[in-house]
Design a protein around this ligand. Structure first.
Ligand SMILES: NC(=O)c1ccc[n+]([C@@H]2O[C@H](COP(=O)([O-])OP(=O)(O)OC[C@H]3O[C@@H](n4cnc5c(N)ncnc54)[C@H](OP(=O)(O)O)[C@@H]3O)[C@@H](O)[C@H]2O)c1
Length: 202
């Protein structure tokens, strides 16, 4: 599968390396494709517009303040599967923005894209290495397009997560709150970053 990643930071690189390991072709959409940093990425680097055009699945891993401007500046979203890993977090990790979920806002900015909220509820290190001795970390995903959700869930499962369908895109708000809890636990709650959510069942 051809997967584009917009935002080649911690999350973008972790997912890019993980998808490359399992045989997908990853292209990064970046601001400076010719920079030394871009050349060191785990995949080819092109402009963000070229990346969107070349792939059926586009991961968005941008800082929240940049997300609206970048998504609205790009064309060709119609029908693309957009995997939204962003979290609408206020400056200084001071909580989530009020109003609609980030996932629903993303769907309004990338007009026509089939948005699935995913890869936002755990730290990037858990995306590059999903191995835990005592079980699989969980990855929740939420969206309104059944086929897009299936692709999202399969990708998450293929890199080692237990992928759980968490309902419609409006539930992105729940996933973003779960992300904020993970961040609080990691940064303020003394858990560090080497932990992940998992599901236990009877
Ligand atoms: N860090 C985590 O563990 C984690 C986990 C889950 C979800 N998230 C969410 O995922 C998103 C990305 O987080 P991150 O930690 O990967 O961020 P990051 O390491 O800061 O990387 C952000 C990337 O976005 C690019 N970027 C920044 N401003 C841009 C702009 N105006 N136009 C185009 N590209 C721009 C940067 O490119 P340049 O090199 O050109 O500046 C960089 O490659 C955030 O919304 C975050 O809340 C993060």
């Amino acid at each position: 599968m051809n997967i584009a990643i917009i935002g080649a930071g911690s999350v973008g690189q972790a997912l890019g390396a993980a998808f490359t390991r399992i045989g997908h072709t990853v292209t990064f959409g970046v601001r400076r494709p010719d920079s030394d940093e871009s050349k060191a990425l785990p995949g080819a680097a092109v402009s963000m517009q070229q990346a969107v055009e070349a792939a059926g699945v586009v991961v968005v891993a941008l800082p929240w303040p940049a997300t609206q401007g970048v998504l609205e500046s790009l064309t060709g979203w119609e029908g693309k599967i957009l995997l939204d890993a962003t979290n609408p977090i206020k400056e200084g990790l001071a909580g989530l923005e009020e109003g609609a979920s980030g996932g629903e806002k993303v769907a309004g900015w990338a007009k026509g894209a089939r948005v699935v909220k995913i890869f936002n509820t755990t730290g990037y290190a858990n995306m590059s290495d999903t191995a835990y001795a005592n079980g699989k970390p969980v990855m929740f995903y939420a969206g309104d397009d059944a086929a897009a959700k299936q692709t999202a869930g399969e990708l998450a499962a293929a890199i080692g997560f237990e992928a759980i369908d968490a309902g419609p895109l409006k539930n992105a708000a729940l996933l973003e709150s779960a992300a904020m809890l993970w961040i609080w636990l990691a940064v303020f709650g003394k858990q560090g970053r080497d932990f992940a959510y998992a599901l236990l069942r009877r």
